[in-house]
Design a protein. Structure first.
Length: 385
């Protein structure tokens, strides 16, 4: 869906580099001490609507419900109420205020919006994942802007732990809709060479070729008191989308016209280079890591066969199995040093793998009394990490 060299004469924006874009607006961008910052939200909506007029498709992943709820209930940042039940109450109160604000702002530009609240369970099940994707695709076809948020009210294990202020959620959505760009708006300039709070000489890193250990080491602590992500979760999002072939940008969300500039391809913030080619949809779902039910540890020979030879995983190379998963579930493959090297769809459940680990493939039926093939994970159902 690359939109390079496309003119947008009717909108006056000129060239747009990307057509389908997931924009993630974090808590630190959307809120202030008094709650939602409607001036910032209005400018964000204006930019999105200008891009839509230029034929871009925009999905907005938004934070801010908890902060809006705190404000509505008269609690300032720093008050008590950071426990999970309090956060759920704040989210329940604030989500409707957040959505109402967006609805009014987009309506002033003649644009319809659709609220989409998601949990990890919605995306971990393959069928549910596809259903969500179909809904988002149809909304875009109808010219509606999907406004996506994590459903903090429903699942206690998700608040601040799984999606991370919607950073991970935005990456999953970008993969789900096969976006051309994931744009993460935050309250700092981008990925810095050091913590700017302690090092006045810290500089912006304009481009990252690969998120490796040296890049991950640059992730500092969160700067905003009620934001739940921090740079670490943004880098995790970058690893996920770039491996799937989708570029990502982290930038200061309050910078002038920054969303339009990023979609036009102007250098803003930190740009994360994507893999050379896009991954097929089913492998993007496996790569998300959100569906993994367990893991198997393999010896060095099996690890080499997977990584170097792009082979299938055979039972002979498996040393241990962890988790309670069934045939057809997605699992991690871990090497002898504990590094996750792949994920894939298991041909056998955890109990069966425990019985056949270390065996040659021709002994599977002897050990189990049945067999589903000679491999535990076929190479066509395997994604290298």
């Amino acid at each position: 869906m690359n939109f390079k060299n496309s003119e947008s004469a009717s909108s006056g924006l000129g060239v747009l580099r990307y057509r389908r874009v997931v924009v993630k607006a974090g808590t630190g961008v959307l809120t202030g001490p008094a709650g939602l910052d409607e001036k910032v939200m209005a400018d964000l909506v204006r930019q999105i609507c200008e891009l839509r007029e230029a034929s871009a498709e925009i999905l907005l992943v938004t934070s801010g419900a908890i902060s809006a709820g705190r404000s509505a209930l008269g609690q300032a940042i720093g008050d008590t109420g950071q426990d999970i039940p309090s956060r759920q109450v704040f989210a329940a109160v604030g989500q409707s205020r957040l959505m109402h604000t967006y609805q009014e702002l987009f309506a002033s530009h003649g644009t319809q919006v659709a609220q989409t609240l998601l949990t990890t369970y919605d995306l971990s099940d393959r069928q549910s994942y596809l259903n969500v994707g179909n809904t988002l695709e149809h909304l875009l076809e109808l010219g509606v802007v999907p406004v996506v948020n994590e459903n903090d009210v429903v699942a206690v294990d998700e608040i601040g732990e799984v999606f991370g202020d919607n950073d991970r959620l935005s990456a999953l959505v970008a993969n789900l809709v096969d976006a051309d760009l994931l744009l993460i708006l935050t309250d700092i300039e981008g990925l810095m060479s050091d913590d700017p709070r302690t090092d006045p000489n810290a500089t912006l890193i304009p481009e990252v070729d690969q998120v490796d250990a040296s890049i991950e080491a640059l992730a500092g602590e969160e700067l905003h008191a009620w934001a739940r992500g921090g740079m670490a979760t943004k880098l995790e999002a970058a690893k996920l989308v770039t491996a799937s072939g989708i570029p990502m940008v982290i930038c200061q969300g309050r910078a002038e016209n920054v969303v339009v500039r990023a979609v036009q391809g102007e250098p803003v913030g930190t740009f994360f280079q994507p893999a050379d080619s896009k991954m097929e949809a089913r492998k993007r779902w496996m790569l998300s890591g959100i569906s993994q039910r367990g893991q198997v540890t393999v010896d060095d020979g099996a690890a080499g066969a997977l990584v170097d030879d792009h082979g299938s995983l055979l039972p002979a190379g498996i040393q241990t199995v962890e988790g309670d998963f069934n045939r057809g579930d997605s699992i991690y493959v871990v090497d002898s040093k504990g590094n996750q090297i792949a994920c894939g769809i298991a041909n056998y459940g955890a109990n069966d793998i425990a019985k056949i680990q270390g065996l040659q493939s021709d002994r599977i039926e002897e050990a189990l009394g049945y067999h589903y093939g000679q491999v535990v994970v076929h190479r066509n159902n395997l994604v290298l990490l």
